[in-house]
Design a protein around this ligand. Structure first.
Ligand SMILES: [Zn+2]
Length: 318
């Protein structure tokens, strides 16, 4: 009988390295995490990743020989072809051959790609996008990240520097963005932007019911949604958020015409309050409307494991 094949998926973050072992049938067998310790230097980070791989093997009770390789999502500008991190500000890497270093330490083949792109691949191959091979993932977090899968393959652009989906200007001359431009989707649709706009609305409306939360410091990405039914200021924050996010979604849908746009990030917990108006906007505003192929709006299902599954898809070449 042939032995089962296994893959290790690593999601390298600024604070933690998360990892898991997935079998050839797509089952996550074990997962765990260890501190990244980015400040201790490149060698220490690679040692920590290799240590996590060994820990996972032990937990899964399988040998290294049964593992086909390691896939890894890394934040920053990644040359996925050559396995090199060109630049990663939160990991303090510059022109670092991380794939080569990890391969040398573990004796296993290693493939890397940008973490947001890897998450898009994971959600498409193993999550809510499983039925599709043309998808766009938008993650609404501190910023707006994402990835594009075309014909079942990750679209990365020249030098794997593409798919910066959050830095599409949706309001020329608008809110300043961390990238240096003004009016990017990220400057309106990130959780950070939602919190900023909620605080502004509270300050401009001293009688808003949102003040029940006590202090402006208690505002989260949920506040405006929580009060939208009974408070006009909250409702207008939500309406504006959805409108701006919708513009970004329709733009990406027009460019890539995916079968599905997948939303990730904490804001997705709002469910239908977020998805329903956005799906309506997408149906109405997409080029050629009902005459063209429809685009489904979905919310991500793998949550924190999307990076692990995507990394596995990367190394498994699926
Ligand atoms: Zn930007």
């Amino acid at each position: 009988m042939e032995k089962t094949k296994y893959y290790i998926g690593i999601d390298l973050g600024g604070t933690f390295v998360k990892g898991g072992i997935v079998d050839e049938n797509g089952n996550l067998i074990v997962s765990d995490k260890v501190p990244t310790e980015a400040k201790s230097g490149n060698d220490k980070v690679v040692s920590n990743i290799a240590g996590l791989c060994m820990l996972l093997l032990e937990k899964a009770k399988i040998t290294k020989e049964q593992v086909q390789g390691i896939g890894m999502g890394v934040p920053g500008l990644i040359d996925s072809q050559n396995g090199i991190v060109k630049y990663s500000n939160n990991l303090h890497f510059e022109h670092f051959d991380i794939a080569g270093a990890l391969q040398a330490k573990t004796g296993l083949p290693v493939k890397i790609a940008n973490d947001a792109n890897v998450a898009a691949l994971g959600e498409t191959k193993f999550g809510c996008g499983k039925e599709y091979d043309n998808t766009v993932l938008l993650t609404l977090g501190t910023g707006v990240g994402g990835g594009v899968v075309i014909g079942g393959k990750l679209f990365e652009g020249n030098g794997s520097a593409g798919a910066e989906l959050g830095h599409n200007v949706i309001a020329a001359g608008g809110e300043p963005c961390g990238c240096g431009r003004k009016g990017c989707l990220e400057a309106y649709a990130s959780a950070t932007a939602l919190i900023r706009d909620t605080k502004r609305a509270m300050e401009a409306n001293r009688d808003s019911a949102m003040w029940e939360i006590g202090s402006i410091d208690n505002v989260t990405g949920k506040t405006a949604f929580d009060y939208m039914e009974k408070d006009k200021a909250a409702k207008s924050v939500v309406d504006n958020y959805i409108e701006k996010l919708g513009v970004g979604i329709v733009n990406h849908a027009n460019t890539f015409r995916p079968q599905a746009v997948i939303l990730g990030g904490g804001v997705c917990a709002e469910g239908d309050r977020l998805v329903k108006p956005l799906q309506e906007m997408l149906n109405e505003e997409i080029y050629a409307g009902a005459r063209g192929p429809q685009v489904k709006l979905l919310t991500a299902t793998l949550k924190n494991d999307a990076g692990i599954f995507g990394a596995v898809a990367l190394i498994a070449g699926i």
